[in-house]
Design a protein around this ligand. Structure first.
Ligand code: ATP
Ligand code: MG
Length: 351
């Protein structure tokens, strides 16, 4: 059960622990931190473990550029913990950053978001990593609930709202009614898979090897889900596969769209299946209200429009797609008393 007393004394922190970004909300302050969820480590000799070189933005900047012996790690994959120790380091870094700015440096109470479709073991790992990172208490909340709250949906009403969250590692569609998740479905296929598809396309067409950060920049700059007028082009730099020397080529938005097409189709299919599984009364609510689209990939050019056409329902992009989940956790922290329905789902994950 949520310990109301400790909340009065200490620091309440909300964390959206994403595969690409970690976003931190502090009660009464708002979002205080948003950084890539990357850690750069140096392996110590004779199996003596590792030394953390950088976390967050600095670690991402090192990705693909680090010398031998140093590794840039993304400890979360598909929305779940792939590397427990590094996830703990990531959370520790966030808690250190928020505690150092606060009068209350003692162990904060932390609410952390998790994908709706994860196993008990994966859920427990998130709680253990949060406690291990220094939290006094750790609670989890399902991401679709916090995303819906974050975009201002009335989740505790008996009418259905559908939220689609396409992040770096997960694509998740959920229907929420009366504060609970009625239908949910997810894929561990999202923005990072699009980056990988762009790397493969550039390699095949141009014999050019590019890194993950470059591919991400290509996707975010000229990527699209629908034909554009005019189509765009971009200079892309990397290493020539044949002679290993630096090389630059021009990549077009048409090629990028073709490369990410299979991923867009699988996301569309996931949404269609979720709509088919819905009770008819809820489906009516969803059509009336429109589907909310959030997560970083909702910024992809033409994506909301394409989804809307393919499911024949209005799709409304969130205003702050990278922050919806963290803002929703913030609403839980700010209104603990009035959030009882949502707290139930928090308690389900607590121990
Ligand atoms: N303009 C853009 N166009 C397309 N994709 C974008 C854009 N801006 C950001 N993204 C992508 O959004 C993804 C990150 O989104 P987000 O921060 O919601 O993910 P996350 O919460 O860390 O991951 P997950 O929830 O899947 O674990 C990255 O793949 C990033 O490249
Ligand atoms: Mg996310």
């Amino acid at each position: 059960m949520f310990n109301m007393f400790s909340g009065m004394l200490g620091l309440d922190v909300g964390i959206d622990l994403g595969s690409s970004n970690i976003v931190v909300y502090v009660k009464d302050k708002g979002i205080v931190l948003s950084e890539p969820s990357a850690v750069a480590v140096k392996k110590l000799p004779r199996g003596e473990g590792f030394q953390i070189i950088a976390v967050g933005r600095e670690a991402k900047a090192m990705s693909g550029k680090v010398p031998a012996g140093i590794e840039a790690i993304w400890p979360l994959e598909g929305g779940v913990i792939a590397n427990f120790d590094m996830t703990q380091e990531l959370i520790k870094y966030c808690l250190r950053r928020v505690s150092s700015n606060s009068a209350f440096s003692a162990h904060p109470r932390v609410v952390i978001s998790i994908p709706a479709e994860i196993t008990e073991v994966e859920r427990k790992a998130v709680i253990d990593a949060t406690l291990g990172a220094g939290a006094g208490e750790a609670y989890v909340v399902e991401e679709p609930i916090s995303a819906a709250l974050g975009v201002g949906l009335p989740i505790d009403k008996p009418s259905g709202c559908m939220v689609i969250d396409i992040g770096g590692g997960t694509s998740e569609v959920s229907v929420i009614s009366l504060g609970g998740i009625v239908v949910t479905s997810s894929l561990r296929t999202a923005g990072k898979m699009m980056d990988d598809a762009i790397i493969a396309m550039v390699r095949q067409r141009y014999s050019l090897l590019i890194g993950e950060s470059t591919a991400e920049e290509v996707k975010n700059t000229i990527g699209s889900a629908l034909p554009m007028n005019p189509e765009l082009e971009m200079h892309v730099k990397g290493r020539d596969l044949s002679d290993g020397l630096p090389k630059s080529d021009i990549v077009s938005s048409i090629e990028v769209r073709e490369a990410i097409e299979p991923i867009l189709i699988s996301i569309e299919d996931m949404v269609k299946t979720a709509l088919e599984k819905m009770p008819p009364e809820l489906a009516k609510d969803v059509v009336d209200r429109g589907i909310i689209l959030t997560g970083g990939v909702s910024l992809l050019n033409g994506f909301a429009e394409r989804l809307s056409r393919s499911v024949n329902t209005p799709v409304i992009p969130a205003e702050k797609p990278l922050y919806s989940v963290a803002l929703g956790i913030g609403k839980i922290l700010d209104n603990l008393n009035s959030m009882r329905r949502v707290l139930m789902s928090v308690e389900r994950g607590s121990r």
